[in-house]
Design a protein around this ligand. Sequence first.
Ligand SMILES: Cc1cc2nc3c(=O)[nH]c(=O)nc-3n(C[C@H](O)[C@H](O)[C@H](O)COP(=O)(O)OP(=O)(O)OC[C@H]3O[C@@H](n4cnc5c(N)ncnc54)[C@H](O)[C@@H]3O)c2cc1C
Length: 381
Amino acid sequence: MDFKLSEEHQMIKDMCRKFADQVLKPKATEYNKQHKFPAKAIQQLGEMGIMGVVYPEEYNGAGMDYISYAIAVEELSRGGASTGVTVSAHNSLCLSPIYYFGTEEQKKKYLPKLCSGEHIGCFGITEPGAGSDASGTATRAERKNGKWVLNGTKSFITNGGVASVAVVMAKTSKDAGHKGLSMFIVEKGTPGFSVGKIEDKMGILSSSTTELVFEDCEIPEENLLGKEGQGFKIAMHTLDGGRVGIAAQAVGISQAAMEEAIAYAKIRKQFDKSISEFQAIQWMIADMATDIEAARLLTYQAADMMNSGDRQKYSKYCAIAKLFASEASHRVTHKALQIFGGYGYTTEYPMERYCRDARITEIYEGTSEIMRLVISANMLK
Ligand SMILES: Cc1cc2nc3c(=O)[nH]c(=O)nc-3n(C[C@H](O)[C@H](O)[C@H](O)COP(=O)(O)OP(=O)(O)OC[C@H]3O[C@@H](n4cnc5c(N)ncnc54)[C@H](O)[C@@H]3O)c2cc1C
């Protein structure tokens, strides 16, 4: 067991940290206030190999491992959580199902432009009536004249408004339960496919979150991803891995909040002392550091297990990492804001943004309650 980062991991950490400090952080507050998507930064990240971190070079990917991926999302989220989730949803939720379940033709057609960042991807399973329970999926896909015809609405889709490629789940059989769900690839511009409502969110305000609407949307038969009836399996495989990205996002937000709280505690004076001299503040810093170290180790451990490719093993660890890192980010960002006192509550400082951004990590890609279900089911089997 070696807790030191390898040369490759250190290199991606330094590269993404520099990018976060120079490109993301200076613009994060302004972009969030304007709800502006960081399109140029995403294009640059594509050129840096970050839009296809773990995918082979033959598809334009960077061919790195899942620890590299976790480090990249963590460091980018430290600079801007919206960029962090954009990268995470793209890599983990859109590219992953195409790579693991796609035919060679599908991989060759979609992955190169997704890995280079020329195209952005999204993944849609959530619907108004199907959140934690994906079996409530109402979007239908019917086979007609050698095509699939999709009808329905997906909600809360990350990258929905900016994606060229959407991987979406739909019902292909009425009575087969989970086995009646299938996964499809839908391209932007397909007649009958449109972006619906833009979600007015609490946080990650410069990420795109929208509805996807399908109205008699005809797609070629070959856009079925995996086999008919495999949709639920693909969704669970995809989300298991995606959780490492969200855990990493939570660690990055926590790290940013702690660093700024420490810097502020050293310069803010009350009672003729720097507030960092008060034990109450020191203990908050100690608790933040402990939470972050534990969350980071759990995240890297889950990523390392993903490198083995054995989902039976890594599923539990991904859920543990996401559960702990997201709830830790809640604790850390609240303590960091507390250290800023009243200033932390204003938009002059990013602490209130960190609290809002951290909150979503306890909800998407499976809520904390669903993480506890996944973990306990693994412990009790
Ligand atoms: C900003 C944002 C981005 C998102 N991005 C995507 C995306 O890219 N793609 C996508 O498909 N979805 C996306 N989602 C959807 C997200 O994954 C869901 O919101 C989430 O899974 C919860 O579903 P729900 O909101 O319908 O809540 P519900 O499932 O209705 O849950 C409500 C509450 O009940 C609890 N609950 C539900 N079932 C159980 C149970 N069995 N035991 C205990 N408690 C339970 C939940 O934990 C929660 O507290 C996004 C959501 C947001 C807000």
